[in-house]
Each structure stands twice: as C-alpha cells, then as structure tokens.
Design a protein around this ligand. Structure first.
Ligand SMILES: NC(=O)c1ccc[n+]([C@@H]2O[C@H](COP(=O)([O-])OP(=O)(O)OC[C@H]3O[C@@H](n4cnc5c(N)ncnc54)[C@H](OP(=O)(O)O)[C@@H]3O)[C@@H](O)[C@H]2O)c1
Length: 320
C-alpha cells in the first residue's frame, strides 16, 4: 500500500510511507528502502505526493558526512532537496496552494533529516511554486536546485546582460546547462566547456561548445578576441586559471564549487521569485532540463552511483 493511514492508541491518525533512507554516513551502499513515518507538518507546511525527485551532487556529498561542520543530522536521513509532485494536504495557514495542485519545490532544510527520496515530502509553502506547464515530472524535478543556482549566478552574481559574452565551465551539467539557457534567453553569447559527447547538446541550448584542456585558452581568445565579460565555473577543473588571459579588464567571475580568490562564490538559496522566473522561462520554451535516467525509489542507491560517475548526460531522477 502506498499510503497507509493508521489510528494509534490515542486516537490520532498516523501514517507511513516508503522512502530511501540512511542510518549512517557513507556511499550509495548505506541507502536502503524503508517504511517510515510521514513527515511532520506545521501550520504553514505543504505535504506533496512525490512524482519525481531529482538528484544533486550535494545529496551524496552530505550523505558522506561532508556537511557535518555546517548542518546537524538526525538519523535516519531521507536525502534529496528537489521534488515535483501533487499537493496532498496543506497546513491551516496555507492559502496559496490546495490539494491537487501540481508543484515543484526546493525542500532544503538546515537539518539533514527529511528529504525528497520518498513518497511524500513536507516543507514550508514558500519552498513550492507551480509545475511548469508542458514540462514532464522528471524534468520539472530537476529545475529547483540547479535552476536557483544557475539563476542566482547569472542574474545576481554576474548580472549578465544582452550582448555580453559568458564563458561557462561545465556547461553541460545540471547547473551549467541551465545557466547557459538563462544567459542565452537574455541575449548573451555563451561559450561553454564540456566533454566532446556533450557538444551537440550544447549547440541545442544555444551555447558554443569548447573542449576542456590545453587548447582552451587559445580557443577562447580566438572566439572572443576582445575578452569574455563574465565567467561561471561549475566544474572545478582549473578553468578559472585562464581568466586573466581571456577576460576583459572588468571581467566578472563566479563559482559554485567553493571559494576561489578571483571569483564570487554562489550558494543556492531559496527565493520564490527566482523559482517563479525559472517556471516562466520554462513555460516560454526558453529553459529545458535534460533527463539522463530515471530510477524507481527502491533503486535510489543505483541512481546515486550513476550521478557519482560525474558525466551523466543530464539529471538523474527518482520516481515512486
Ligand atoms: N554552490 C551551490 O549552491 C551549488 C549548487 C549546485 C551544485 N553545486 C556544485 O556544482 C558542481 C556541479 O553541479 P551540477 O549539479 O551541475 O553537477 P552535474 O550535473 O554532475 O554536472 C557537472 C558537470 O561538470 C562536468 N565535469 C567536468 N569535469 C568533471 C569531473 N572531473 N568530474 C565530474 N564532472 C565534471 C561534467 O560535464 P562533462 O561530462 O561535459 O565534462 C558534468 O556534466 C558540483 O560540484 C556541485 O556540488 C553547487
């Protein structure tokens, strides 16, 4: 049974659901399918029946214990911060959404405990916006975290404008591909590095593909002899070292992979207006999410293994 309501001894209703959980830090091998309690809801919470949950590198990084200095962990942990699904219930303080609404959400919490690799996900109403019309559940699930990161990098940290040239390192990845499309939609020219297998894909999203490696410096200078106006690093493969030789004198630089002396760091944050902008772009046909593979919930560990390979052609997604 997907959703089993029970009446406990006190007469209160409780319920359980299927979820992928871990009870100790580690790799994909610590992730297992369990029957667990439904997430708790407060007055302004929304309970969503998951139709798709997208994986992000943060899921397995945190699962390995890499966030221990910054976040408390309450085991068992259900990983995952990205979800697309249907509203099942709303708290009494919620007027923006109603049961049956189709939504996407960025359900990050400062405590690692209840994420989106589960049949049901609960979070504050501010974490959710409508699902983009015409976008599959799987693609829509890939939009929140990667989209917020890309939007905040392109729009806020770099303030990319029409007519400018943006260089993206790792342009075929979850964040890089959305950043490329957001920049192209506002009239910027996008140069993007990717593995050769992803070059045709980059062309379809409006980016000019470049190869990583020794020839990159010369290739960027050839393509943009006056210099690139902005650079975004999503790949952490040394791509920022060439900036002094490929950027304009005022080049703006951002990275999503940590701290770098030349770059403004971007750490995705929940902003409902930014999520709405992503939905608008998707509905206008300017923003798409490439889905590489879909796994059932009980194969969440295999889904993480696929993500950890580092070169999956698009988002890895879990479905119930
Ligand atoms: N700061 C934040 O808020 C934030 C948010 C999201 C993600 N991140 C971080 O940003 C990075 C990218 O995230 P993402 O979601 O875009 O990941 P992703 O979908 O896995 O994309 C990463 C891309 O980087 C490229 N890449 C190049 N060299 C690589 C290598 N040695 N190993 C792995 N990939 C390599 C791959 O493209 P090719 O196959 O074409 O080479 C891959 O598509 C991750 O480190 C993630 O933790 C940070």
């Amino acid at each position: 049974m997907l959703f089993s309501w029970l009446i406990d001894d006190d007469g209160k209703d409780t319920a359980t659901m299927r979820a992928a959980v871990y009870r100790e830090f580690g790799g994909p091998e610590v992730l297992g399918l369990e029957q667990v309690d439904l997430p708790k809801m407060s007055q302004n919470s929304v309970l969503v029946r998951m139709r798709a949950a997208a994986l992000n590198p943060a899921d397995h990084q945190l699962q390995e214990g890499l966030g221990e200095d910054a976040m408390d962990t309450i085991f068992p942990v259900i990983p995952g911060w990205d979800v697309a699904g249907v509203v099942e219930r709303v708290g009494p303080g919620v007027w923006e959404l109603a049961p049956g609404d189709e939504v996407i959400g960025y359900v990050r919490s400062d405590v690692l405990h209840a994420g989106s690799y589960a049949e049901f996900v609960a979070a504050d109403v501010g974490a959710f916006v409508r699902r983009p019309r015409g976008m599959s559940w799987e693609a829509a699930a890939g939009l929140p975290l990667a989209g917020l990161t890309a939007y905040q990098a392109v729009d806020r940290a770099l303030a990319v404008r029409a007519g400018e040239t943006l260089l993206i390192h790792g342009a075929a990845g979850g964040v890089g591909s959305l950043a490329a499309q957001i920049a192209a939609a506002r009239g910027a020219r996008v140069l993007g590095t990717a593995s050769p297998a992803n070059h045709d894909y980059l062309r379809t999203i409006g980016a000019e593909p470049l190869e990583y490696g020794d020839g990159l410096l010369d290739e960027v200078r050839f393509r943009a002899p006056d210099g690139v106006d902005a650079v975004l690093d999503t790949a952490a493969r040394g791509g920022l070292d060439i900036i002094p030789r490929v950027g304009t004198a005022e080049v703006r630089v951002a990275t999503i992979t940590g701290l770098h002396p030349l770059a403004r760091p971007v750490f995705a944050r929940l902003d409902r207006a930014h999520l709405e902008s992503l939905v608008d772009l998707a509905e206008a046909g300017r923003l798409g999410v490439r889905v590489a593979a879909t796994y059932p919930l009980e194969q969440a560990a295999d889904a993480q293994r696929a993500l950890r390979s580092g070169h999956s052609p698009g988002k890895i997604v879990i479905v119930p």
